[in-house]
Ligand binder design. Sequence first.
Ligand SMILES: [Zn+2]
Length: 605
Amino acid sequence: MRAKLHRLLAILFLMTTAAASSAQTPATSPEPIRYTLSFPAPQTHYVEVTASVPTGRRATVDLMMAVWTPGSYLVREYARNVEAVTAFGSDGHVLPVDKSKKNHWVVTTGGAPSITLKYRLYCREMSVRTNWVEDGFALLNGAPTFITLADLTPRPHEVIIHPAAGWRRSVTALPELGGGEHRYRAPDYDTLVDSPIVVGNPAVYDFVVDGKTHSLVDVGEGGVFDGARAARDLQTIVEQDRRTWGFLPYDRYVFFNLITESGGGLEHKNCNVIMTNRWSTRTRQAYLAWLQLESHEYFHAWNVKRLRPAELGPFDYENENITRSLFVVEGFTDYYADLQVARAGLQTRDEYLNDLSSTIELLQTTPGRLVEPVALASVDAWIKYYRPDENSNNASVSYYTKGTVIAFLLDAKIRKATGGAKSLDDVMKLAYQKYSGPKGYTPDEFRAVAEQVAGVDLKPFWQSAVNGTAELDYSDALAAFGLRFKAPPATNRPAKPWLGVSTRIDNGRLVIAQVQRDSPADLAGLNVDDEILAIDDFRVRADRLDNRLEQYQAGQTVTVLVARREQLQRIPVTFGVEPPKNWRLEAIPSATDTQRQLLDGWLRG
Ligand SMILES: [Zn+2]
């Protein structure tokens, strides 16, 4: 709140001075901060940063580095990777630098109109929101790289890159500054933070949709990843989203694909960054997962980077930014991620329904769905979703998973209520028209848009699905599309015994990793980190627990010998029956024409 208030005051001050000065002299735009990035020894994982910072002739300037990256809701303390901060006056003499807070530096300027700030960054955290530098390439994100003036007065930020020896290209969605290669200009700090930079020798595949250039930038293909095919299929996804939304919201778009044996993705206004596995174009399953990840991050170009909750902009880069709407931001995006890949013809209907079934099954087998409303999961993203522990499944719900299922139920509700004339697509488009500007939507405003499109009152649905913890009701959605959950195969065999734990093997020891709430293990008092040694006094080898459980039946009571902090304990446990997992969707053979039409309209888009 503090930084936001400062920023507002800074903007108001700027508006006042601009208005006052425009009467006498032409208003001048604020002087830029100019950064130079160099990589004298990239194999040591360092980038050296030099910044020319205008001071406005203030006696001191307060400089700041962001603590988090928008889109990834965790305070990550990027300043921990900053080393050797020094400052110089215009004549080259050293200026005093005071580290005043974890992410602030105060420089005494001596009245100099600008200062030169130098620092280096250790860049060896392989993720889409952090920095990595090695002999072959660099990925630099704005938040963990650029120290800026803490008042965040809107001003341009220029970036000049000196690639390491042997590196030919730099790629970013930032506009070019002119005057040569590797020179870029962000109109403001937000754009700088929103524009990651890749330097090295990536393979680049360009394609054009709507007259706009899109680039797939592959780092590390290694002769294995099929970049040409990936670019062709990305074009199909871009064209599908173009059909759904009716327009492309940018002038140019870059898909950064870092083939680094890592995972994850992060959205930006004019680009996204994902990390993947070298083999992800080799098998159909892996390739569909890659396409769905790209589809997800790309859909964000509309949903969250422009159409956004009111709380997610302007950002407070130094504190948590709390919103109740991440189920729309991430859940609805994840719903469309897979749906658009299917609508684009890149996966079959059966494959799509199978993926949706897996999402429903994941939600319905998470005990935390009955504990935490999804709106609260959104608020608690900063302390829960990004900080999972052994009890997360029992106590919380994912706004990705539940958000996807809510989007499915809402889409079905709207299609049924309007006889297929309207859908969730229309909600997203109308919401975009109303709330992609400077303000953003509140939860009630987003619901009101959905109600306007559906023509029905959605308060009870919202109260239960978004703000409540009751079981979701699938019956209307399934009836609308002529779908059902597959019945389990009939069997005469007795139920398998169920403990309700997951285990890990640690140095040859069989250790309990998670205990499911209200499971037999939970009720009997088996604990996380207990080492399972024996059942009924017979040794259980670390790799043989499943085999041993097969020797029993549900309802039988056994004694489990565990070592808990090196002390042996005998714990009586009565095996239960695992809750049924009947969450696989299938089409009803006797579906009516109306049901088939709604299903068709949904999956064709
Ligand atoms: Zn996302």
